[in-house]
Write a protein that binds this ligand. Structure first.
Ligand code: HEM
Length: 279
């Protein structure tokens, strides 16, 4: 059977970009596609590099959306914030499923180029740290690997001292009448959040009467979605790492899997999980 060439001219597609902005121009595609600097001749390093680039790009969008969502929560404008948090949850699903692609690389394949990474590790991903801070996992120590990059260090420092998404949700609840004490709504934002009985009580009131507090109830469910998916990301990272390097030490210097297992214990919105038992 003979295949026919489609006459693209007949569809009116623009084919001349001498004087018009093209797809590649708009995307700055050449910069994007020239950022894959392989450090070895190994076939599998391209996968390793691209997965990291993809995750960093998604992180960029996640931060863009969550910062905007937090601004909306601050101004008591919840509907647009739901659109953004829902988008972030869908992005996190993509980021979780990306581990399946990386897991096609075996231990033997990875070991052939692992030595070229030196001490480079996702541990030094400042966008991941910004995400942790926005989500409320505050820890000043993670700024230290960025001391040699003042602009990154400053961005992290600023986010460390900014109320997280959850802090802003609690401040909104207080403005709406929940009895939340100053140590919750005026705390030192650079410190990690600790569960408080007054917050649990406030969420319980919302979950007991969802119809009366519909938007706060929906906000709580959006937050649970985010934490659920963030946990899934950490879990899939851990299992992928164990599958590829077992209990070898990480290139970033930690013991590897035992460290990542410890990080799985992190709870970001504690009262939202607690009320599942209490209600
Ligand atoms: C073969 C693939 C991978 C291996 C073996 C691996 C291994 C590890 C290990 C052992 C750590 C602990 C820190 C250290 O000592 O290095 C770590 C941390 C981390 N990795 Fe990966 N990783 C891989 C892929 C990725 C990818 C694709 C990302 C995406 C950006 C990523 C992001 C991170 C982040 C954000 C941390 C810090 C986690 C925390 O401190 O809670 N990793 N990784």
């Amino acid at each position: 059977m003979k295949t026919q060439t489609t006459n693209l001219d007949a569809y009116g597609a623009r084919l001349d970009f001498e004087r018009a902005m093209s797809y590649g121009d708009y995307l700055d595609r050449d910069a994007l596609l020239s950022a894959q600097h392989l450090r070895s001749a190994n076939h599998n390093e391209m996968l390793f590099l691209v997965i990291h680039h993809v995750q960093e790009l998604w992180l960029k969008l996640v931060l863009h959306e969550l910062s905007a969502a937090r601004e909306r929560i601050k101004s008591d404008d919840l509907m647009p914030s739901f659109k953004m948090t829902a988008r972030v949850s869908r992005i996190l699903e993509q980021m979780v499923s990306a581990w399946g692609v990386l897991a096609t690389m075996t231990l033997s394949e990875y070991l052939q180029f692992r030595g070229t990474l030196g001490n480079a590790s996702g541990f030094q991903s400042y966008q991941y740290r910004l995400l942790e801070f926005v989500m409320g996992n505050k820890n000043a120590v993670v700024l230290r690997p960025h001391a040699h990059r003042p602009e990154i260090h400053a961005a992290l420092e600023q986010e460390l001292r900014t109320p997280s998404l959850y802090d802003e949700a609690l401040r909104l609840m207080a403005r709406r009448g929940s009895a939340l004490p100053p140590e919750v709504i005026e705390r030192d934002w650079a410190q990690p959040y600790h569960a408080h009985p007054a917050v649990e009580q406030a969420w319980l009131e919302i979950y007991r009467e969802p119809e009366t507090h519909w938007d706060l109830y929906e906000l709580a469910e959006e937050l649970i979605d985010l934490e659920d998916l963030f946990r899934q990301w950490r879990f899939r990272h851990l299992t992928t790492v164990e599958r590829i390097i077992g209990f070898k030490q990480g290139t970033g210097g930690t013991p590897g899997v035992p460290y990542l297992k410890k990080m799985l214990d992190m709870v970001l919105f504690p009262e939202l999980w607690k009320i599942r038992t209490a209600l």
